[in-house]
Design a protein around this ligand. Structure first.
Ligand code: F6P
Length: 352
């Protein structure tokens, strides 16, 4: 078993569930450290027993470590010819270690790599993980509920200070290309405007909404913006361009939106970036249960020899979906989704 990509609250709950349910079925579990690194370098793995996973369900992070670079199909090593493909090494190590199956817990990147290894003959099962909740085929990934709960709490706190000072406060949340966190935390936190990547925004429409609030006596406003939200005709806000083996790093849209809204409304404006706080801390009970069900179902698929699948939440069931139907795609907020239409019905501005 390995965990790959950015961490998400609930990873340890999956690990615990895999270890406990596997051991109860007479299957030994080996934990690989730092994603596929554990199958590239020797000595980066350990047998995990129920004793090793005692008390970890409530812990954020992952006891196995993770990386969000390190695609073995383009693993960067310092040689004169640049990068070298380590995928054959992974397959060789998998055999040498006497492993029978692999559980890959990760987001779209890790699941994509896993699918390539499945095609090369490694029997494996994927478990979807991301706070962004943008993996196709599952209505929820663990970590999302925890991130939304944290962001909602932050918005609640910001309301009181925004109101006290009659300010506009812009809250930047995670969500690279999908606005699930912004939409859900924005609705749950009673935001006045929500900006998501799926709907390029026109700030003059948002400014008008905030001015209107002022006119009828609400002299403060909360604007929630997903890190990947894009102004109409503009560009995504980056702090770092993509490089070999690393995706682009997003950030900065909150400050830009706050600055522009300040100028447009004449109101005092502040911005807050919730950043990695959304990925830390204890998973909510929802995420613990989902992660536990995912872990147990991953073991069940392995017991049945049903490989090349990703466990998924299709309420009320946990099902297996073919990885080939999932990888390389993104689950965006549908523009006709009930939550989005509800937000609009309530008068929340999207700047569209
Ligand atoms: O994909 C999950 C995510 O939390 C994104 O929302 C965010 O852009 C990214 O990870 C940040 O990753 P890193 O840990 O590399 O800063």
């Amino acid at each position: 078993m390995l965990t790959g990509g950015g961490d998400a609250p609930g990873l340890n709950a999956v690990i615990r569930a895999v270890v406990k349910s596997a051991c109860n079925s007479g299957i030994e579990v080996v934990g690989l450290e730092d994603s596929f690194d554990g199958l590239i370098e020797a000595g980066r793995s350990r047998v995990l027993t129920p004793h090793d996973v005692r008390g970890i369900m409530r812990l954020g992070g992952t006891i196995l470590g993770t990386v969000n670079r390190g695609n073995p199909f383009a693993y960067p090593i310092e040689t004169s010819d640049g990068t070298r493909d380590y995928s054959d090494r992974v397959i060789e190590m998998f055999g040498k270690m006497g492993l029978d199956a692999l559980v890959c817990i990760g987001g779209d990147g890790t699941l994509g790599i896993s699918y390539q290894f499945y095609q090369k003959g490694i029997p494996l099962v994927g478990v979807p993980k991301t706070i962004d909740n943008d993996i196709v085929g599952t209505t929820n990934c663990f970590g999302f509920d925890t991130a939304v709960a944290f962001a909602t709490d932050a918005i609640d706190r910001l309301h009181t200070t925004a109101e006290a000072h009659r300010r506009i406060i812009v809250v930047e949340v995670m969500g690279r290309y999908a606005g699930w966190i912004a939409l859900h935390a924005g609705v749950a936190g009673g935001a006045d405007a929500i900006l998501i990547p799926e709907m390029p925004f026109d700030l003059s429409l948002v400014a008008e909404k905030l001015r209107e609030r002022d006119r009828w006596g609400s002299h403060f406003s909360i604007v929630v913006v997903a890190e990947g939200a894009i102004p109409k005709g503009g560009k995504i806000a980056l702090v770092e361009e993509a490089t070999e083996g690393r995706v682009e790093r997003l950030g900065g849209i909150g400050a830009k939106v706050a600055d522009a809204l300040g100028r447009m409304t004449g109101k005092e404006t502040r911005s807050v970036v919730l950043g990695h706080l959304q990925r830390g801390g204890a998973p909510t009970s929802f995420d613990r249960i989902l992660a536990t069900r995912f872990g147990a179902q991953a073991v069940e698929l392995i017991r049945q020899g049903d490989f090349g699948k990703m466990v998924a939440f299709a309420p009320p069931d946990i099902v297996g979906r073919p990885l080939e139907d999932v990888v390389g795609r993104q689950r965006l907020v549908p523009l006709d989704s009930d939550t989005l239409l509800t937000a609009k019905a309530l008068g929340i501005a999207f700047g569209d």
